[in-house]
Design a protein around this ligand. Structure first.
Ligand code: SF4
Length: 515
């Protein structure tokens, strides 16, 4: 019986589970492989053009790698998966098609639908692109009363013996988070990350995307992402050699004109399968053990992968079947402002961050959380509209990453299933961690008045509108005590200003749609 393999666009590794499951049964030349670029699938969202190029170019390079390894690869550019699968099955005469479980639940559901109409058995092979399996995370979660990230992270450190000395953390401390919050400095050097000139394959995909998806979000002018495992390793190597040392202390800082700072830029490659999380973690640990990186930096980077990345993926598997994607704890219903797609806003922090996303599909985690997510939270933007935008706009976005990160972490739509309190902040935080306010037309010190920073207006209005709900959260006591210092007149003025801001948005939206 011949077994075939279908490899999805985020499963680009020679040891991925479906390939590995067949290796002892059939040789590569006996194992037909299918890869599909489905236009219908990507038309579901206004995906960033660079994301489309990255995924399709990486798929085409991986198909070439599989061919070089002896696999007969069928590569379709087609409208739908449904039109590709029957052709592949009848052309190759396979009796079983193996697919590694998709990380995203919508794709998993699509697979079940497709299977019902095929004249071939479809076998789901458990996904091996994460450090913890779905079952292992579920077992850990079942043993806990509260699913706290730090507890999960420490369990991972012990289980995989990462930065450990026996059963204790190296240096005696688990977490260097407090050393990871140095504010922005513009007088430091910012080493450039590894970047790549598009090769012939990538240029062909760029032409296709410009032709067929020219109106999609984002710019293709400066596409410089790696599209192979070799290039992904170069990105990781460059990070460890030139930027890991300062990543730790400055990972929350933001500086105008420095979109990447000391960040690793490896999330697109981890999420495509080009890099495996445990190998990245071990490489960063090696740098620490060989005195090439300080502990606060190595631990901070490892926490992002072994902690946050694995944790949000585990929660996604746990929570999504219970209707998590529809949660809206604050009942926020404002529409996403148009400037999220154009970058055209006079709020400099938002303008700088959004322009970066337009140019590259990338913004680092504090820009995502404390500029974009924070603004959406305090101004009352609908969480599902925001999640759709994040999923469309970012180079490393997938359903499994964005649902929990955006709904839970960014805008607290789950009422505290993931975070213990909302990440709401006024301009004070943005001023402390960036230089954006220095070049902004708004006055960061003002809550009211014509030049008041909208982050201040919305922050106090958010506290005013939700004080009762927030009062039940425990960790908001100090913040709500500050709200009591504002007079009823000040609060009324703040409420009016917030309302007026949305009225202006609504008028410009109507003017645009009628012109
Ligand atoms: Fe952003 Fe307000 Fe600072 Fe302007 S003043 S950059 S709007 S926080």
């Amino acid at each position: 019986m011949t077994i075939g393999i279908w490899i999805l666009g985020d499963q680009l590794h020679l040891d991925q589970a479906a390939i590995a499951s067949v290796k002892t049964l059939q040789s590569p030349p006996e194992t037909p492989v299918l890869m599909v670029e489905s236009h219908r699938w990507v038309q579901q969202r206004n995906y960033h053009k660079q994301k489309l190029v990255l995924v399709w170019s990486a798929m085409r390079h991986f198909a070439a790698e599989l061919t070089a390894a002896g696999y007969p690869v069928t590569y379709f550019e087609t409208d739908t998966f449904a039109s590709a699968l029957p052709r592949f099955i009848s052309d190759t005469h396979i009796r079983e098609l193996r697919v590694m479980d998709p990380a995203d639940l919508p794709m998993r559901s699509r697979l079940v639908e497709l299977a019902s109409s095929l004249d071939c058995k479809i076998a789901h092979i458990p996904n091996n692109h994460y450090v913890w399996t779905h079952q292992e995370f579920g077992d850990w979660a079942a043993s806990r009363q509260r699913l706290v990230m730090e507890d999960f992270y420490r369990a991972g450190r012990k289980r995989f013996q990462i930065l450990m000395s026996g059963d204790q953390p190296v240096t005696g401390r688990w977490n260097f988070d407090k050393e990871n919050r140095k504010p922005a400095r513009t007088d430091l050097e910012f080493p450039a990350p590894a970047s790549f000139e598009p090769d012939r394959v990538t240029r062909t995909v760029i032409d296709k995307v410009e032709r067929d998806y020219g109106s999609h979000f984002g710019s293709l002018e400066s596409f410089a992402w790696g599209v192979t495992r070799t290039q992904a390793w170069q990105v990781l190597d460059r990070f460890i050699q030139t930027r890991l040392d300062r990543f730790g202390p400055y990972q929350d800082a933001m500086v105008t004109g420095q979109p990447t700072m000391w960040h690793a830029l490896i999330s697109p490659y981890l999420n495509l399968g080009l890099l495996q999380p445990l190998e990245v973690i071990q490489e960063i640990e090696r740098a620490y053990r060989e005195n090439r990186a300080p502990i606060a930096s190595a631990e901070g980077a490892i926490r992002q992968i072994l902690g946050w990345r694995e944790y949000v993926r585990g929660l996604y598997e746990l929570y999504m079947p219970t209707g998590y994607s529809d949660l809206n704890w604050f009942d926020h219903q404002r529409p996403l402002p148009e400037f999220f797609w154009t970058g055209k806003t006079d709020m400099n922090c938002l303008h700088q961050t959004l322009q970066q996303v337009i140019d590259s599909g990338y913004a680092h985690h504090i820009q995502r959380l404390m500029i974009l997510g924070n603004f959406a939270l305090i101004s009352g933007i609908n969480p599902q509209a925001l999640e759709d935008w994040f999923h469309s706009a970012f180079i490393d976005s997938y359903d499994w990453v964005m649902q929990t990160n955006v709904l839970g972490m960014s805008v607290f739509a789950d009422g505290g299933m993931l975070a213990t309190k909302p990440y709401a902040a006024s301009s004070n935080y943005i001023h402390k961690m960036s230089d954006y306010c220095e070049h902004c037309r708004y006055n960061r010190k003002n809550k009211t008045g014509n030049d008041a920073c909208p982050f201040n207006t919305f922050y106090w209005d958010f506290l005013r509108r939700h004080r009762e709900q927030l009062g039940n959260l425990g960790r908001m006591g100090l913040v709500l005590a500050n709200l009591k210092r504002l007079s009823p007149e000040q609060l009324a003025d703040i409420g009016d200003r917030a309302q007026a801001w949305w009225e202006v948005q609504s008028m410009s939206r109507s003017a645009r749609s009628s012109s």
